[in-house]
Design a binder for this molecule. Structure first.
Ligand SMILES: [Mn+2]
Length: 198
């Protein structure tokens, strides 16, 4: 049995002030307060379907727009995930999910590689979903992948409703992440890498 893998990260700039607590071995209990209702809805889905315990307190310069708040939340969540993962011994490392949500179908595949990068093929329209700029979904995942040190592929296979496509994206990444951070019972605590480092 691994120790509880949790982290708390705070980050303050002239644009945002964000504190995130995450538990990888959680129950999907989420309290997300970002001032952007649709983004709170996405973080709620992310924690619930990733079985993360997640607290997000983000105060950003929403008088400008949501960009800094969403991007910086991705940075801090990525840092918190990396910290909670610790030395990464015994994890499954890879995860994937093809997630349907009504007409939308989104694939996520990820590798907790230590090399953070997003490979994104999702066709989202310009414009808002509620109070959330649809373009910010990509910005969030760029920041998350870079700061968590995960190789993240996200690919839209179908879908034309922006709410569905974005929500399917968050859920697919969450399910893939849940698989990848899960302890591999056959690994006996070893690091899943041939080069001895992740
Ligand atoms: Mn929804």
């Amino acid at each position: 049995m691994m120790d509880m893998r949790t982290a708390r990260v705070s980050r303050a700039t002239k644009e945002t002030n964000i504190t995130i607590e995450v538990g990888l071995d959680g129950a999907g209990t989420v309290d997300a307060q970002t001032g952007i209702g649709f983004f709170d809805h996405m973080l709620d889905a992310f924690g619930r379907h990733g079985l993360l315990d997640l607290q997000v307190d983000a105060k950003g310069d929403l008088r400008v727009d949501g960009h800094h708040t969403v991007e910086d939340t991705g940075i801090v969540l990525g840092q918190a995930l990396a910290s909670a993962l610790g030395d990464k011994r015994g994890i499954s490392r890879f995860g994937q999910c093809v997630l349907p949500m009504d007409e939308a179908l989104v694939m996520a595949a990820l590798d907790i590689s230590g090399r953070g990068a997003l490979y994104w093929d999702v066709q989202l329209p310009f414009g808002m979903v509620g109070d959330f700029d649809a373009q910010l979904a990509r910005e969030f995942f760029i920041a998350l992948a870079a700061n968590a040190g995960i190789t993240l592929h996200v690919r839209q296979l179908a879908g034309d409703n922006a709410h569905h496509v974005i929500e399917a994206t968050f859920k697919a990444v969450a399910r893939a992440l849940r698989q990848a951070v899960e302890p591999d019972p056959r690994a006996a605590g070893a690091l899943p890498s041939t080069k001895g480092a992740l």
